[in-house]
Design a protein around this ligand. Sequence first.
Ligand code: CUK
Ligand code: CUA
Length: 761
Amino acid sequence: MKSLAVKATAVLLAAAFGVGTAYAAESLQDVMKRRGLNQQDVLSAAKTYTPSGKRDEFMAFSSGGQSGQVIVYGIPSMRIIKYIGVFTPEPWQGYGYDEESKAVLKGGWIDGKEITWGDSHHPAISETNGQYDGQFLFINDKANPRIAVLDLRDFETKQIVANPIFKSDHGGAFVTPNTEYVIETAQYAAPLEAKKFYPLEEFNEKYRGGITFWKFDRTAGRIDVPKSFSLELPPYSQDLSDAGKGPSDGWSFTNSFCSERYVGGIERGRPPFEAGCSAKDTDYLHVINWKKAVELVAQGKAKKINGHDVLMMDTAVKEGILFLIPEPKSPHGVDVTPDGKFIIVAGKLDTHVSVYSFDKIMAAIKAGKFESKDPYGIPVIGMRDTLHTQVELGLGPLHTQFDSKKCVAYTSLYVDSQVAKWNFCDGKVLDKISVHYNIGHLMTMEGDAADPKGRYLVALNKLSIDRFNPVGPLHPQNHQLIDISNDKMQLLYDMPLPLGEPHYAVAIEASKLKPGVRYKVGTNSRTDKPHPGAVRAGEEKIESKNGKVTVYGTLIRSHITPEIIEVEVGDEVTINLTNLERAQDETHGFTVSTYNVHASIEPGKTSSVKFKADKEGVYPYYCTEFCSALHLEMQGYLLVKPKGWKATTKEMAKAAYTEKDYQATLKKIADTQAVIDSVVGFITSTNYKDFPDVVNMVEDATDQLNKTADAKAKHEAAAAKKDWEQANLWAEQVFQYQVKAADIGLRAKTYLEQNGAKKLK
Ligand code: CUK
Ligand code: CUA
């Protein structure tokens, strides 16, 4: 202790007198000069820098693109906080390597085939009255039409549902204002019947698009597949969707491209897709009365396709729930304004955004005022009859988000590599800012909800070219943070995103998220139900019958129970493990050498791994998280014995401990106890009971200390018999419990010191 204090003093003195460390006395001006920063840079730094221990105001959930994952980061710090395995196995979280998560991934198998990747595009946060409620997150897989449900209590993927009639999907996930339904639209038209072939010559007759309304059961926290349904749509390459809100609640809107129904065929001497799909001046905005569609399905007006309810186009037309409106040239995206009064569509090959009025759309429908019918008999409402305004923004307008300020919107300009700020009420352009390069989506805080929060905008740029240190031909994406709280937008920060190509992201006020820190002991986190393989301390067991070995084990610093698992070659082995910790962040991992299994077992969780022990031999298993000082010792052996193997050696190898060793261990125990007593003295002299986290830590430390009694009785009994090996080892175990208690105690002490605990008198 003394030598440490002397060292610290020497360092402080050196710093004060500028000895040894050149930068010790650097001023802000010095740093600016050395790093080439101007005033604007320093202002940006002040707006984004988040000191140690401080948290972000907003949490962003970004699609992970081709990684099939979700990326969570904080705003304004742009610090990545978590990757969440969704459509793709994720080893850290054991996702795809333990039985519980394998069951979730299996929900996303298509035609009986395992699919281990996804092209995730659009996350959506669950809403109540059109406002983000922070409970659930949904995201789509464009390549293999699927939707995943994540619970934001533990940031885990709970369910993946495969679309029963589509071959791709793009317009998902979007939620209705009370998350009654999760919307998913097809992109590339194909026959709806499973495994059905029709030649491209029959494209117009047999290929179809569609929109699926997945019923969300909020209490269960899962999509209710039997109560979900779809609407058959023309083969127009439906793109994105959005649900109406406020006055337009009950309706949904989907844009499309390639309504030319062009089918390509360079190899047959025809012009390519890109030419044929952009020949017309307009495509179609689809307008759907989904609330009425729900009633029609309830009345039995849907047809079953692949066992799934589908409202056919002729029914939709007859019942008056489906309409089309021309929209300018190859649009990308459709966004309903926060007040629910307008629908904004941007044409990629047009310099304008078009603002449609929901009132005008309704008036035209009510008056039966249609300009034509499409080839499938769907009424087409005239564009001029429904437009509120069109605004010229620039080249390649794509996606739109909203500000907390009334009527203010932001639209990404892909070709111009800019963000345009404009007013959708009076049709005026307010400001523009350049980004690097080729922006796709953009995101403002809660910017697609009924009550956007403004403040920040993130540009999700496709290219990063010269922004970061080069890492070879494959570049990261670039998420650029822009301050939108003033009239002029200001670029603050570039964040490389090195995990696939994120398309869309959503950001929510951090205070709305209320994730838990532990599970109820014995929970299967993927079903939220008690795990049948869970046991409490002291109930651990191994069952073996008919070639099946089932382990019911537990994990707590720093041991795995059981420590030896014996099986015969060919046995099917299931290892259930419950993490008995109550302390926060005390995760244990579990793997068995060369059997390709892994689980991440957070406090309270029960996970299981399963494999066929098809190789004779000795396979260490261990905890994969550095959970405690004796983490490396958190280990065990799986012994895969040959069939009919008989033991010949009787005893385990012994170490030669002496009475002197035992006495030395007792001394170590006494010294450690003195440290613990001083920490306990500090904690109990404060108002620690006002800090729930500390109360938890104290309980945990007390638990550890309570275990010493049993080990103490054992070492004393062994010592009485002069069995110095057993005496010393059980005394060491007492020390281990002390170390764990002291570790937590010191953590609690630091917490109290840093969080302003008061001394009690
Ligand atoms: S999409 Cu990629 S930039 Cu899938 Cu929403 Cu527009
Ligand atoms: Cu538990 Cu390392």
